[in-house]
Design a protein around this ligand. Structure first.
Ligand code: GLU
Length: 299
């Protein structure tokens, strides 16, 4: 790997308690960091109050502690970072990389009804607001060129943003900063070298790299872990009311996570203390054994 000292992170959104799927993302990022003698930070992505559940942020942190997932430094809360996001937005605005947009979701959907591509912004306001319309959101002008990156697990990824997302939102009509902006600003501010997270986020990586490029930030390495799905193929999470992961038999649960991550269970891991478990699992960690798929079944 590179000379920059490894810094990884786990960045949960406090929309509910930690479930088996989010625990897998935490464990994958933690072990990859520790196996590289790196640091592992926790960032609370409490950027979107309407989607948050009161108490979930503390609950997630207590659950991480109960599993022995000890992070380095202080937890960074995105709710305290608005000034940094505003500064980045102003930098982008000043360089002409953004534009104000007046379109409502309904208008974009109506347009999509004609073209059949619901999530692609058609560029209506790119050359200026239509007469008599007021700005609602701010969008990034995406480059015409492809964005490519080599995911350590999923392989080479190439995205033509202009065709696949179009110009995307950096500040929403409700005034909130978009996740894409916040995550890029924070990963750079925290000097993150390695992002290990669920493959449900693979499709936003190109947007994040485009933003890093216009902001002049380095691009971290990426490893997108398979996402845990239930027997019906749905991703675990709030939508399907996945239960909070049980902390009473922490080592047993962690062994199931290791199995889902394709790791060979170190001898004695199942009967060890939490502390011994982490030292065995860190020594045995082999990222190349993780299934290079977008999903894995729940255990
Ligand atoms: N907060 C995001 C989520 O919980 C993850 C962000 C990231 O890892 O980049 O889905």
């Amino acid at each position: 790997m590179s000379d920059r000292h490894y810094r990884g992170r786990f960045a949960p959104s406090p929309t509910g308690p930690l479930h088996f799927g989010s625990l897998l993302a935490a464990v994958g990022s933690f072990l990859d960091a520790r196996a590289h003698d790196g640091e592992w930070l926790v960032r609370m992505e409490d950027l979107d109050p309407p989607r948050e559940v009161p108490g979930a942020a503390d609950d997630i942190l207590h659950t991480l502690e109960a599993f022995g997932l000890h992070w380095d430094g202080e937890v960074l809360y995105q709710s305290h970072r608005h000034a940094a996001y505003q500064a980045a937005l102003e930098q982008l605005e000043a360089s002409g990389a953004t534009y104000p947009c007046a379109c409502t979701r309904r208008e974009i959907q109506a347009h999509a009804g004609l073209t059949g591509s619901p999530s692609i912004y058609p560029g209506t306001c790119r050359e200026g607001l239509p007469a008599g319309r007021a700005a609602r959101s701010v969008r990034l002008r995406v480059p015409d060129t492809d964005i490519h990156f080599d995911d350590r697990l999923q392989g080479r990824c190439v995205t033509a943003l202009a065709r696949q997302s179009g110009d995307f939102i950096l500040r929403r009509a409700d005034g909130l900063y978009a996740y894409q902006l916040a995550v890029v600003v924070d990963d750079a501010a925290q000097d993150i070298t390695d992002i290990v997270r669920g493959a449900d986020l693979l499709d936003c990586t190109a947007q994040q790299i485009a933003l890093q490029q216009v902001l002049g930030y380095p691009t971290p390495r990426y490893l997108h872990l398979p996402v845990v799905v239930n027997a019906q193929g749905s991703k675990l999470g709030k939508q399907i009311r996945s239960p909070k992961v049980d902390t009473t038999h922490a080592v047993t649960t962690l062994c199931a996570v290791l199995e889902a991550l394709g790791q060979s269970l170190p001898e004695g891991a199942g009967e060890s203390t939490l502390e011994d478990f982490w030292s065995l699992a860190t020594t045995a960690w082999q990222a190349e054994r993780i299934p290079p798929t977008r999903t894995v079944p729940e255990r």
